[in-house]
Write a protein that binds this ligand. Structure first.
Ligand SMILES: [Zn+2]
Ligand SMILES: [Zn+2]
Length: 258
């Protein structure tokens, strides 16, 4: 294994913790726009921290395992290859996450996803709280597809590494239970492409729909987006948090009569 691969692996193995700690500090010490103003269940934080010890290094271990075993072909980095690999990893992970997430909500497979959903109210530590099997399936699905594609054309290790960094950061923000976008975000160009933190907070609170990872496209295509997602985002951004897990927001008139 090369020195650069060892460095990538070490960083991926621990980088999620500083993200969680910083965002948790922000949530507790800065005037954030909370999505759900509800008391966290007793023992939730301790359970999430325990889970993180088992699941946080999974991405790093599999990343190094696929590369050092030769399953994932990599070659010398060039800017074009880094960007292409990053984009490829981003698009495939959106599709794989959506498909595997929906499947894990089916009765027979729910045991894999149950641990993550014990947190009805999300917090930064929820982003690292999974069953080992769920993290393993998610990560192996990403790398298996990349490995197959790398048989045709070798990929960039740094491109995959950079995607994982983005994933760790955005996944922590996605579970933070505070809104970082302005009111009306889903009407903006960026809001039509990327989710905001309230999107996944709704998934945990209501248990179904809003299965997407960083984008809402697949939820929109397959009709699994909550119809008041934009209203919940705007309400949180105005500083008016929801106060019940099953609370719904009234739809805007134009949308309600469509
Ligand atoms: Zn789920
Ligand atoms: Zn989650």
């Amino acid at each position: 294994m090369t020195t650069s691969m060892a460095i990538y692996g070490c960083i991926l193995g621990i980088i999620n913790y500083p993200f969680v700690l910083v965002i948790d500090w922000v949530a507790n010490n800065r005037p954030v726009k909370v999505v759900y103003k509800i008391q966290e269940k007793k023992g939730q934080r301790a359970r999430e921290i325990r889970n993180s010890i088992i699941t946080t290094p999974v991405h790093a271990m599999l990343f190094l395992g696929f590369i050092s075993s030769g399953l994932l072909h990599i070659e010398d980095e060039s800017l074009g290859l880094i960007l292409a690999t990053f984009l490829l990893t981003f698009i495939w992970t959106e599709a794989w996450h959506y498909a595997s997430h929906v499947a894990m909500h089916a009765k027979r497979l729910h045991f894999i996803h149950r641990e993550h959903h014990l947190s009805l109210l999300t917090g930064p530590w929820t982003s690292v709280s999974f069953s080992f099997l769920e993290k393993f399936i998610f990560s192996i699905g990403i790398l298996a597809m990349l490995s197959m594609l790398s048989q045709i054309r070798p990929l960039s290790a740094f491109g995959i590494f950079a995607y994982y960094i983005l994933y760790f950061l955005t996944n922590t923000l996605g579970h933070a239970n505070f809104e970082i976008r302005r009111e009306g975000y889903y009407d903006s160009l960026m809001g039509k492409v990327f989710n905001s933190p309230s999107y996944h907070a709704m998934h945990h609170a209501r248990y179904i729909k809003n299965y997407g990872l960083l984008t809402p496209w697949l939820d929109r295509i397959f009709g699994t987006e909550w119809d008041d997602a934009a209203e919940v985002q705007s309400r949180a951004a105005r500083g008016e948090p929801l106060t019940g897990l099953s609370e719904r927001c009234a739809l805007r008139m134009t949308k309600a009569f469509q």
